[in-house]
Design a protein around this ligand. Structure first.
Ligand SMILES: [Zn+2]
Length: 285
């Protein structure tokens, strides 16, 4: 059985099922005009002519219109399959949507205009997307995305290897530890206090790393993200004790996994420094 769906005209429901629309719902939605009930329209000569023409020219051979409606409730299905009268929950007069559009015109110009857009779109959609997995474009895209994912995975592995090489090279070149200067520490604190971190550890975004007075909280550490010899503000961040322990003993792969969080913080530091240079008078000395 084809499922019933509902369109809504000014909050009033109009049921459709397969290619059939509920004319009684349409009549109600259009404000129940007394002399324009579905039965009044169906007996018009113009309606009969339209039905005859539709019967001869409507090209949906695999889907006889009347087969869509709920069989148990049919009181009368007209021989052409374009109009059915039902009782019960699905009751009222149903008609093929081409016929229903013609009925909409009979009801009112505004209603006809609305139906022309909404009903037509619903019907076009019905014969469109459901065949997605047989659609060559869909299959092509699925394959392309699969390839792309595999390439990103190998790029990520290369990037992790590069980071390992860079860290090893830094060990040889910058053996000496250089702590963050007071000025750099102050910059890191100001960036941590501001949005979007607002005093939370920028690594896990869970633990507070600043006291209410805006000082580094006990246990919080100024972490050299790249190397202990690189101590410019954009080379570090103020993180909580658990994050610091994880990054210190977790090895470079763990550090590599935290790159996105660090990049976000580093971006904030660089932006802060850019503003500082642009308006040095606004900054505390
Ligand atoms: Zn943390």
């Amino acid at each position: 059985m084809t499922p019933t769906s509902t369109l809504s005209y000014q909050g009033r429901p109009i049921r459709l099922q397969g290619t059939m629309l509920n004319l009684t719902d349409m009549w109600r939605a259009a404000g129940c005009p007394e002399h324009r009930r579905p039965t009044s329209w169906l007996i018009l000569e113009e309606t009969a002519r339209f039905r005859a023409h539709a019967r001869a020219h409507l090209a949906e051979p695999d889907e006889p219109a009347g087969d869509n409606v709920v069989h148990d409730h049919i009181i009368a299905l007209e021989p052409d399959g374009f109009v059915a009268t039902l009782r019960g929950r699905h009751g009222g007069t149903w008609a093929h949507w081409q016929l229903a559009l013609s009925y909409a015109r009979y009801l009112s110009p505004e209603f006809h205009l609305w139906c022309n857009t909404v009903v037509r779109r619903a019907m076009t959609w019905r014969v469109g997307p459901p065949m997605a997995e047989h659609d060559p474009l869909h299959r092509h895209l699925v394959q392309q995305f699969g390839d792309l994912h595999r390439r990103l995975d190998s790029l990520e592995r290369h990037a992790a290897d590069l980071m390992f090489l860079v860290l090893s090279a830094q060990d040889i070149l910058l053996d000496k530890r250089r702590d963050f200067s007071e000025r750099s520490q102050a910059t890191l604190v100001r960036v941590t206090a501001a949005e979007p971190f607002e005093g939370q550890c920028p690594c896990c975004l869970r633990e507070p790393v600043l006291t209410e007075a805006g000082r580094p909280a006990p246990g919080a550490e100024f972490d050299h993200f790249f190397h202990r010899g690189l101590n410019r503000p954009e080379h570090g961040w103020l993180i909580c004790a658990p994050c610091h322990a994880e990054l210190t003993y977790g090895g470079y792969l763990l550090r590599f996994l935290r790159l996105p969080e660090f990049r976000a913080f580093q971006g904030a530091v660089l932006e802060h420094r850019r503003r500082e240079r642009a308006a040095p008078d606004d900054q505390p000395r």
